[in-house]
Design a protein around this ligand. Structure first.
Ligand code: NAD
Ligand code: DAU
Length: 336
C-alpha cells in the first residue's frame, strides 16, 4: 500500500488533508505531530486505524524523522509537510518557536528526504510575498518576489528558500504550494473567523483590528486539500503552485457576513488595536494550478462555506469552549 507521512496532520489544515486522503484515496497515512496547543486529537477521531497512525513527535527530532522518512521506500510514497507555528499574532509575541519549527524543522525534514531519496511536498503560504495595495491590479503569482512582513511569514519564506535550494543543489524531488487564507472546521479560536463566530456564540462581541479594510483571499480547507493532492499527483518536481479560490474580502465585509448570518446588527462589533506591521491585502492568481494541473475549487462561494462553518462551530462547542477563555484573555491583555 502507498504510504504518506503527513507532518502537522493533527492541525487545522493537515487534519483536513488526512480526512481527504482517507475518503478520496487508498493511501496509508502516518501523521507526525508534536501536538502543540494548535493540534487536536478530536480532528482525527474515528478514522480507521488501519489507514491512519499518529506518531507524537517533533519535526526537529532528526532521529525520529530519519526513521519515519526511511520507511517511505515504495513507489508513490511521499512526505507532505504541513507542520508549522501558524499564527502571526503569536509570532509577534515570541518568534522563537517559529524559527525553530518552521525553519529548523523544515531543514531536518529536507535532510532526511535527501538521504532517503523521498518525494516531498512543502505546504506554504501567500504571506511570503508580503502585501498588495488595495487597488493593485496584479495579484500574487509564482513569479512574485518574496517580501515577508512578520516573524511568521519570514520563517515560512526561509523554509521555502531551503526547499528550493535542496531541489536545485541536491536534486531533492520536492514541489511547493503557497495558499491563501483557509477557513472551515477545526480552525483554532485564535484565528479571525472562528474567533468572531465563537465570540458571538459565547455572548461576546466581534473584534476587528484597525479599520477593517485589510483584505484576505479566502479558500475553504477542503479546496486546499484537493489542490495539494492534485500537486502531489500531477505537479512537476521543483515547481511552485499558488492555491487560491478568488475569495477576496475585506475583514469588515467578513465581519458583516458573520453578523448577518448569526442574526446580529451590521455594526455590532468593536474596533480594537491593530496588529503591528499588519499586511494590507493578499490576493492569489491560481492560473498555473488551474491550467497546468486542471484543479478547480469545489465551493461555489465564500458565503456558502461560511454558513457551514458557523453551523459547525455551533455544534462543536465542546471542542472549542475549553480553549476560548485563555485566548480571549491574551487578546484582551494587548487591547485586542
Ligand atoms: P495549525 O497551527 O492549525 O496546525 C499546525 C500543526 O503543526 C499542529 O497540529 C501542531 O501541533 C503541529 N506542529 C507545530 N510544531 C510542530 C513540530 N515542531 N513538530 C511536529 N508538529 C508540529 O496550522 P494550519 O493553519 O493548519 O497550517 C498548516 C500549514 O499550512 C502551515 O504550514 C501553514 O503555514 C500553512 N498555511 C496555512 C494557511 C491558513 O490559512 N491557516 C494558509 C496557507 C498555508
Ligand atoms: O494568508 C495565509 C495565512 O492566513 C496563513 O499563512 C496563516 O497561517 C493564517 O493564520 C492566516 O494569517 P492571517 O494573519 O491573515 O490570519 P488571521 O486569522 O490571524 O487574521 C485574518 C485577518 O483578520 C487579518 O487581517 C487580521 C484580522 N483579525 C484577526 C483577528 C484574530 C481581526 O481583525 N480580528 C481578530 O480578532
Amino acid at each position: 500500500m502507498r504510504r504518506l507521512l503527513v507532518t502537522g496532520g493533527a492541525g487545522f489544515i493537515g487534519s483536513n488533508f488526512v480526512h481527504y486522503l482517507v475518503e478520496q484515496t487508498d493511501v496509508h497515512v502516518t501523521v507526525l505531530d508534536k501536538m502543540t496547543y494548535a493540534a487536536s486529537r478530536e480532528a482525527l477521531a474515528g478514522l480507521p486505524p488501519e489507514r491512519v497512525e499518529l506518531v507524537v513527535g517533533d519535526i526537529c527530532d532528526a532521529a525520529l524523522v530519519d526513521e519515519l522518512v526511511g520507511g517511505l521506500s515504495g513507489e508513490g510514497d511521499a512526505l507532505v509537510h504541513y507542520a508549522a507555528e501558524s499564527h502571526n499574532d503569536n509570532s509577534l509575541n515570541d518568534p522563537s518557536p517559529f524559527v525553530q519549527t518552521n525553519i529548523v524543522g523544515t531543514f531536518t525534514l529536507l535532510e532526511a528526504v535527501r538521504r532517503h531519496g523521498v518525494r516531498m511536498h512543502h505546504v506554504s503560504t501567500d504571506e511570503v510575498y508580503g502585501d498588495l495595495e488595495l487597488d493593485d491590479p496584479e495579484r500574487f503569482t509564482e513569479a512574485t518576489a518574496y517580501a515577508p512582513s512578520s516573524p511568521y511569514s519570514a520563517s515560512k519564506a526561509g523554509a521555502d528558500h531551503l526547499v528550493r535550494a535542496w531541489v536545485r543543489s541536491f536534486g531533492v524531488a520536492a514541489t511547493l504550494s503557497n495558499c491563501s487564507n483557509n477557513y472551515g472546521p477545526w480552525q483554532h479560536v485564535e484565528k479571525f473567523i472562528p474567533r468572531q463566530i465563537t465570540n458571538l456564540l459565547s455572548g461576546g462581541r466581534v473584534k476587528l483590528y484597525g479599520s477593517g479594510q485589510n483584505v484576505r483571499d479566502w479558500i475553504h480547507a477542503d479546496d486546499h486539500s484537493s489542490a495539494v493532492w492534485t500537486i502531489l499527483e500531477k505537479g512537476r518536481i521543483g515547481q511552485t503552485y499558488l492555491i487560491g479560490a478568488d475569495g477576496e474580502k475585506s475583514n469588515l465585509e467578513v465581519v458583516r457576513l458573520i453578523l448577518e448570518a448569526m442574526g446580529h446588527a451590521p455594526d455590532d462589533f468593536d474596533h480594537v488595536n491593530d496588529r503591528p506591521g499588519h499586511d494590507l491585502r493578499y490576493a492569489i492568481d491560481s492560473t498555473k494550478l488551474r491550467t497546468e494541473l486542471g484543479w478547480r475549487p469545489a465551493y461555489g462561494s465564500f458565503e456558502e462555506g461560511l454558513e457551514r462553518t458557523i453551523e459547525w462551530y455551533r455544534t462543536h462547542q465542546d471542542w472549542w469552549a475549553p480553549k476560548k477563555a485563555a485566548v480571549e484573555a491574551a487578546y484582551a491583555a494587548q487591547g485586542q
